[in-house]
Design a binder for this molecule. Structure first.
Ligand code: ADP
Length: 287
């Protein structure tokens, strides 16, 4: 049986995504970040090999695949976080709105402002809720009329304002894990990024907190381009417009490298993947 209903049965553990894109989306697909033949090395080890990807404007793109296949490594290329890891380097190109993100003249501080990042474990500063949000605009030296307005706007966009508006001077560390993660998203938003990278942002959260972050991601996609690494296929199916599936395979050189298997609209990846490795992974037969 090869019809689509049998496919739905095969992937019964993963919700079949709604068609989140339209023909118009396909026509107006505008890449914000693009990689060409991107390889990432740690010292001599080529952790990820030859990746070509496009990330569309105001879309949520999920990167999925078994542990160790290079998803976080690739994600960190998009705001040059790998530069902070000794021995890490790339080959190939990463462009941001068509400009080489790795050109000599590029200011990495500015890159990280425009392409913000949220990590697996919420990492608020040991400061007040207010100061966590005000920190970015202050260190960027922004002359702002009202920091209060910036703080309120960022917390509102991160769906946290109502929960914290009466305790802005309290320590961020007293918030729950889910609230801390939304605070980190608000901190990222406060410096007006264009892209938000999320590296397993719900991995340490309970299902209710996870659901709030997923709802938030979808709301944020109206204003931001979001790229999320997740080990949770259900999450990718629920929230993303597009999905990239990675795997790690031993190549001709006898070494294991992370590879991009395919990247497509999420509905296609979960119902009619082009590659049998994708199908095996999403149906739980490997990984
Ligand atoms: P994933 O996010 O898919 O789990 P990673 O990007 O974390 O995969 O890792 C990809 C490969 O790169 C793995 O083999 C991992 O051991 C290696 N790796 C990741 N970070 C480093 C590092 N800082 N130094 C050396 N090797 C690393």
């Amino acid at each position: 049986m090869t019809d689509s209903s049998s496919r739905d049965t095969v992937h019964s553990s993963v919700p079949i995504p709604q068609a989140t894109h339209t023909e118009e989306d396909e026509r107006t697909f505008a890449p914000v970040i693009e990689t060409t033949d991107l390889s990432v090395y740690y010292g001599d080890y080529e952790a990820v090999r030859g990746v070509d990807m496009l990330f569309g404007h105001n879309m949520i793109t999920a990167m999925i695949g078994p542990s160790g296949c290079g998803k976080s490594t690739v994600l960190r290329c998009f705001n040059r976080m790998n530069d902070l890891i000794p021995g890490a380097r790339i080959k190939g190109t990463v462009t941001y709105h068509g400009q080489n993100m790795y050109a000599d003249e590029v200011d990495t501080i500015e890159v990280r402002r425009r392409v913000g990042m949220v990590f697996q474990k919420p990492n608020p500063f040991p400061k007040s809720i207010y100061d966590n949000i005000a920190y970015g605009p202050k260190v960027n030296g922004w002359k702002v009329d009202s920091m209060d307005d910036i703080v309120e706007e960022a917390l509102t966009k991160a769906a946290l304002w109502d929960e914290v508006k009466d305790k802005l001077k309290q320590s961020a560390l007293a918030l729950s894990g889910g609230q801390q993660q939304r605070l980190c998203i608000a901190r990222c938003i406060a410096v007006q990024p264009d892209v938000i990278l999320m590296d397993e942002p719900c991995a340490s959260l309970d299902p209710i907190a996870t659901s709030k972050i997923e709802d938030l991601m979808q709301a944020l996609a109206n204003d931001y381009t979001i790229i999320i690494v997740t080990h949770n296929m259900q999450q990718a199916a629920r929230v993303s417009d597009r999905t990239a599936f990675f795997t790690a395979e031993v190549d001709d050189d006898g070494v294991r490298h992370g590879r991009l298997v395919e990247m497509d609209w999420t509905k296609n990846i979960f119902t009619t993947p082009a590659d049998s490795r994708t199908e095996a992974y999403i149906s739980g037969r490997f990984g």
